[in-house]
Every structure is written in C-alpha cells, then in structure tokens.
Design a protein around this ligand. Structure first.
Ligand SMILES: Cc1cc2nc3c(=O)[nH]c(=O)nc-3n(C[C@H](O)[C@H](O)[C@H](O)COP(=O)(O)OP(=O)(O)OC[C@H]3O[C@@H](n4cnc5c(N)ncnc54)[C@H](O)[C@@H]3O)c2cc1C
Length: 327
C-alpha cells in the first residue's frame, strides 16, 4: 500500500519533538488519503520499546535500520530502500538541518520532487499539496508532485500529538540496508545540546531581541539583565546577523530562517528591521525598537521607537523596570 514515510530522530532513548510532529502530521494525512503512516528509525540496537512508541503518534509500522544515528547519509540510504521496496509515495520531515539534508539527498536519490520550509499540507484529489510561504512570507506557493514527493516542514510547523488510540504500539520491522561507501565516511564524534537550546523564545510573553547594534557578544549580557528585570515569562532573542557571528545561539534566532514569535512585548535593541527578520516577529502585540538611526526600517513597524544609543538606554531601562517592580 503506498503511504507516507517519516524519519524519527532519537537521542538518549527519546524521540525528538520535531520528528514526533512529523509522525503526527503523516498519520493525519495518511488517514485522509486512506493509507498508512510509517516511520524509519536508525541507530545501533534501537530497542523494540523505543521504536514501537511511534504507534502512539499514529505510525502503524516502524522500519528499524542498524546504522549510525544522527548522520544524514545513512538515513538517505535507509529511507530510499524502504520507499522503493514498499512503494511509499511521500516522505515527510519536521524542519531542522538534519531533515533538510536527508530530504534533499532522498529527493536526488529517488528523482522525487522536494519542497522545503513547508508550513501546511493538504489532501486534494487523493494527492498531497504542500504549502510554502514565499516572498518574505507575503504569499503562499503550492507544490504538487508528479511522482514521489519529499515534504520538509519548517521547524516546529507540525505539532506532535498522541493519536486517539494513544496506547497503541507500532509493528517493528528490521530492514537490512547496504550503506553507500560515502555514508560510512563520517562518524559522530559527540552530540550535545547547543547552548541556549532550552530557551523557549516561542513561548515567551516578553522578548528582548538584540542585533548587530550591540557591537559585541557581551552586549547580550545587558539584554539578559533586562529580560531578568522583567522576570516572569521573558527571554532573549537575536537576529541572524548576530547568531551567524557566534554572539548568541541559533536557537534564539527570529525570522525567515529562524523562529516565528508573537509575544506580548518585543523589544528590539540594535536591530535594523530587515524583511527576513520582520517576518518572524511582526505578529508581536507591542513592538518597541531602540536604534540610533532614525531612518532604520524597524521604526516603520514599531509601536514605539526610541532613537538613541542602546548602550545608554538599555541600562537606564533596566533601572526603570527594577524601580517599577520595587526592586
Ligand atoms: C535568505 C535570507 C534569510 C535570512 N533570514 C534571517 C532571519 O531569519 N532572521 C534575521 O534576523 N535575519 C535574516 N536574514 C538577514 C537579514 O537580511 C539581515 O541581514 C539581518 O536581520 C540584520 O541583522 P541586524 O538587524 O542585527 O543587523 P544590521 O542590519 O547591521 O542592523 C544593526 C542596527 O543597529 C543599529 N545600531 C548600531 N549601533 C547602535 C547603537 N549603539 N545603539 C542603537 N542602535 C545601533 C544600526 O543603526 C542598525 O540599524 C536573512 C537574509 C537572507 C538573505
């Protein structure tokens, strides 16, 4: 039966949230198509109990492949074999760099169509249609596939949810995959969480965002103090320019290639307001910008603009917030 295949990344005995989102979405779409959602799990001696857990998110079958986990190329080999042998029409991935790399490799291997940064998938006439925002998120393009389709979501686009039959476990089938010579060239040396990966900027009510105007990485320490002075559900975010420069973790990046946020207050310090940044924060309830250039584009979509040097304004703001809070 043709169906939808996903890849479920795991680490230290637990599946990644993005992968579970993809499995959930695949299962929802498979039901509409009248087919099944399956998943591929790769790793050294993945236990049955772990692999079968994907059943709770709607996967009816899990193909288990003995190969290094966390690297893209072995997964491309595994998914290409599973899709070819079982006739899956689609592969669906949550966002993230690994999903992009595997999806691109799989599309090339299978001569399939591929769409990245997908935010929604619909069923039309028995086929999947992927929606992808384009032109700085001002329009939506739709992708339909002539043959096999590879659909890669934007990070966190697909929400994970246990299926109605949450107690159900998936059938686990072992698959022998001959790895391509290049797939064994890379070796995982170490794996860990990126600094700041646990910061929940998408769930924050108050976001203090910093840009290149901070001048140096240490500028973020002042922003962290400001966020702390607000207390409660506040966090620090960043532009791509500064995460690329290594001043702050990628997990905190807002924008087209980062996260989309809509806090109650978004305070931008030293951020010019480029379109690629704007698309990630324009839905914020209140936007306050501090910029020394009165012509900075960010002022065009700010509720309150402060023209001046952030090095002078932010410390005063910290004092003012602390005073207001009585401490
Ligand atoms: C395909 C693509 C995707 C992209 N995706 C993203 C994305 O997801 N997110 C993102 O943010 N960007 C993204 N970008 C980059 C984007 O185009 C901008 O380059 C970036 O947002 C600029 O970051 P910035 O505002 O920190 O720096 P700048 O544009 O350099 O702005 C710095 C600002 O600080 C002000 N300033 C300087 N000193 C001070 C001071 N002492 N006090 C007050 N203000 C000061 C300056 O006047 C200036 O306005 C993307 C670009 C491309 C091409």
């Amino acid at each position: 039966m043709p169906g939808i295949l996903t890849f479920a990344l795991h680490y230290e005995g637990a599946f990644n949230k993005n992968s579970l989102g993809a499995v959930t979405e695949a299962s929802k779409l498979a039901r509409e198509l009248g087919t099944e959602a399956h998943a591929v799990v790769v790793g050294e001696n993945v236990p049955d109990e772990l692999a079968s857990q994907l059943g709770a998110y709607g996967a009816s079958k899990v193909f288990r492949v003995q190969a290094p986990e966390g690297l893209a190329q072995p997964v491309v080999d595994a998914m290409a074999k599973v899709m070819t042998d079982n006739g899956h029409d689609y592969a669906l991935f949550g966002g993230g760099l690994l999903g992009f790399e595997i999806g691109a490799g799989l599309a090339a291997r299978l001569n399939a169509g591929v769409t990245m940064e997908v935010t929604a998938v619909d069923v039309e006439d028995g086929r999947l249609v992927a929606q992808r925002p384009i032109l700085g998120d001002s329009a939506i393009s739709e992708s339909r596939y002539r043959g096999k389709g590879i659909i890669i979501g934007r990070l966190n686009a697909f929400e994970m949810q246990q299926s109605a039959d949450a107690g159900s476990s998936a059938t686990v089938e072992d698959v022998q995959v001959e790895l391509s010579p290049w797939s064994t060239k890379a070796r995982m040396v170490t794996r860990g969480e990126q600094r700041g990966a646990d910061v929940d900027i998408e769930g924050a009510d108050i976001l203090i965002a910093g840009g290149r105007g901070l001048g140096k990485a240490e500028g973020f320490e002042t922003l962290e103090q400001l966020a702390a002075s607000f207390g409660g559900n506040s966090a620090v975010a960043a532009t791509r320019a500064v995460v690329d420069a290594g001043w702050y973790p990628y997990a905190a990046q807002i924008g087209q290639t980062g996260k989309t946020v809509a806090p109650k207050l978004y305070l931008a310090a030293g951020i010019s307001g480029a379109i690629q940044h704007k698309v990630g924060m324009q839905a914020s309830e209140n936007i306050v910008a501090i910029n020394k250039d009165s012509n900075a584009p960010i002022f065009e979509f700010s509720d309150l603009g402060v023209v001046g040097d952030l090095n002078k304004i932010v410390p005063k703001l910290i004092d003012a917030v602390k005073a207001k809070k009585g401490g």
